[in-house]
Design a protein around this ligand. Structure first.
Ligand code: BT5
Length: 265
């Protein structure tokens, strides 16, 4: 199995800001944790942290992200957008679209996104995104966008708890993929969509995301802490909230949660 090449990443893409500087680690608890430490110490926007292994890879709500050594990609990016903290969830949407675009290079036509933060191939989770925010006073100090992609992990190595709901590029393409190339593609797509978001706002990012959405037009249930909402997913609001149609004409905005598609009755 080839190792990740910091040298290749540092040399591509030409002129790119994302991935500069690049910190490549062997084993860390969590690349998001490393990114938070570097951000607190003043690391600039575009700083990327990549590790071969995470011993305590983080999901949302204290869940874990299975992160064995040598086969997958664990990447965190430091961003410092000059926007209101309330706009930060849009970065999860932006990152989902960027990952979907990058993975489409290897799996054209079969990549999807399940709002808010899962990237799927043929309806199985290939990537999770964890966005963490740090504030200073009223404003954003940094946003860490953490991305885990199953690249060369084999089905039998996936935790049985979610094996049937997960996949990897290896399982989908039948061949090993160069992780350095995947990392370079991610950084390139992230930079391009982030710049679009900064320049033109979320309205310009939304149409890049919508074609990948696997929920649109489906009856879904969204659970968040003790609250459960059901309805038809009809799109994304102007700020990244999911729009649920509870009954004809009655729209509800959902800001966070875990979505499941309900079986057609
Ligand atoms: C996520 O959380 O999907 C966010 C995962 C973010 C991971 C990256 S890796 C780089 C950076 N550093 C970190 O420490 N984290 C980020 P959530 O939506 O809560 O999903 C977590 C759930 O996904 C778990 O409870 C499992 O069911 C499932 N899961 C865990 N590991 C998986 C894997 N490798 N592949 C597919 N599904 C997995």
């Amino acid at each position: 199995m080839t190792s990740l090449s910091g040298e290749t990443l540092r040399n591509t893409p030409a002129g790119g800001r994302f991935g500069r500087p690049l910190h490549l680690f062997g084993s860390v608890e969590s690349t998001n944790l490393e990114a938070l430490k570097l951000a607190a110490a003043g690391a600039p926007e575009g700083t990327a942290i990549i590790a071969e292994e995470q011993t305590a890879g983080r999901g949302r709500l204290n869940r874990t992200w299975q992160s064995p050594p040598g086969c997958n990609l664990y990447l965190s990016l430091i961003l410092r957008p000059a926007v209101e903290p309330a706009a930060a969830p849009q970065l999860t949407i932006m990152a989902g679209a960027a990952v979907a675009k990058a993975l489409t290079r290897w799996c054209p036509g079969i990549v999807g996104i399940k709002w808010p933060n899962d990237v799927l191939i043929r309806d199985r989770k290939v990537c999770g995104i964890l966005t963490e925010l740090r504030l200073s006073g009223e404003g954003i100090s940094s946003v860490i966008v953490g991305i885990g992609v199953n690249v060369n992990i084999r089905r039998e190595e996936l935790d049985p708890a979610f094996r049937d709901a997960a996949t990897s590029l290896l399982e989908e393409t039948g061949t090993e993929t160069d992780r350095t190339a995947v990392a370079a593609a991610l950084l390139e797509e992230l930079e391009s969509l982030y710049d679009l978001w900064i320049r033109e706002g979320f309205d310009a990012v939304r149409p890049q995301w919508l074609p990948y959405s696997v929920l649109t037009g489906k009856r879904i249930r969204v659970a968040f802490q003790d609250e459960v909402e059901e309805g038809m997913a009809v799109g994304l609001d102007a700020d990244g909230a999911l729009l649920l149609e509870k009954s004809p004409g009655a729209l509800r905005r959902v800001l966070a949660g875990d979505a499941t598609i309900l079986k057609e009755s």
